[in-house]
Write a protein that binds this ligand. Sequence first.
Ligand SMILES: [Zn+2]
Ligand SMILES: [Zn+2]
Length: 240
Amino acid sequence: MKLALILGTVAALADIFGGLVLVRRDWDKRYLRYFVALGAGFMMAAAFLEMLPESFKLSLAWAPVLVLGGYCAIHLLEHTITPHFHFGEETHHDEFLARHTGNSVLLGLGVHALFDGVAIGSGFALSSWLGWVIFLAIFLHKIPEGFTVASVMVASGRSRKNAFYAAVILAAATLAGVLVIALLPGWVRFGLPVSAGVAIYVAATDLVPEVNREPGIRMALVFFSGVLMFFLLRLLAPAI
Ligand SMILES: [Zn+2]
Ligand SMILES: [Zn+2]
């Protein structure tokens, strides 16, 4: 209950922050990078130490294939069909002018967000501990995710209003993913391994490159803090 309250408060604050980042031009965006780094570290730990072992428990034969499938599907959607995509603010305006690029980024991130929701739903379908851990792993990259899609929309010539709607579409896709597993809990045997592959992809190839772009070791330390945070949570969890 205490954990739920803490997470609920953090989620509410992050929602407010995320909304303000989109609306306010003068808002300091530097702190988003800390969410990216912390989220990447925590998500890596949660995917490798919780999502993968639980997936293998569901099906030792199929889980590895489904994990790889989830990983490859997001690579296809975010970086193959979409010619230019990276997490964080879109600043390469010269190579990024086509309007249709905005749509393909929205499609790629939309499917990714759907699996963010499937991951949370799958976690809670198995245990509340797994659900909370996955929720936190997903939550940490959600503010930068909404910011990313909005910034891509603006860079491809959309109005700020439409850019905001793009972030709303991602939110709806996430909710749809949670609903799929809530309505069809049996799908967890596919949902968990596929979303584990998606989570590994998002952490390792979407978020970590943004961490590595930063000079110095500070961002790397934030990444390791994310990993450490996972272990701390695991230590504290039985007491809550
Ligand atoms: Zn760019
Ligand atoms: Zn996401």
